[in-house]
Ligand binder design. Structure first.
Ligand SMILES: [Zn+2]
Length: 134
């Protein structure tokens, strides 16, 4: 998939489906990409996230007390960034208006970008949490 953002590229992930990879070395603290999507009410966001869950995806992001962002509608590459419990990025809320994916540490070219979706350990399917459960 072509990317409008020179810092990243989308490719096949070892974690889940598609993933987002560093297209160059990215220094700690870089605001890499905004998490875009349709702004919807909390009620609508909750309804949609239940629908997405059935398909095994997490696309609805909490923006503030009133609104969610649905990355599956008018979203960008940020929606392909996978979850990790030891992530190299974090989701930063900018003035309750925007969500940005920011590098938590220096990231090498080719590394898959991840951030913590905020799952509880029970619902998290990452390799680390899955191994704790078994
Ligand atoms: Zn986990």
């Amino acid at each position: 998939m072509p990317s409008s953002n020179k810092l990243i590229r989308v490719g096949k992930s070892k974690i889940h489906g598609k993933g987002v990879f560093a297209a160059c070395d990215i220094p700690k603290g870089t605001w890499i990409i905004q998490y875009k999507g349709e702004k919807v009410s909390k009620r609508e966001g909750t309804r949609r996230s239940r629908e997405h869950e059935k398909q095994g995806f997490v696309w609805v992001f909490s923006l503030n007390r009133w609104y969610d962002i649905d990355g599956s509608v008018n979203g960008n590459e940020a929606r392909f960034i996978n979850h990790s419990c030891s992530p190299n990025c974090e989701a930063v809320n900018y003035r309750d208006k925007e969500i940005w994916i920011v590098a938590r540490r220096d990231i090498k070219k080719g590394e898959e970008l991840t951030y913590d979706y905020g799952f509880s350990e029970d619902e998290c399917m990452c390799p680390v949490c899955s191994s704790k459960k078994s």
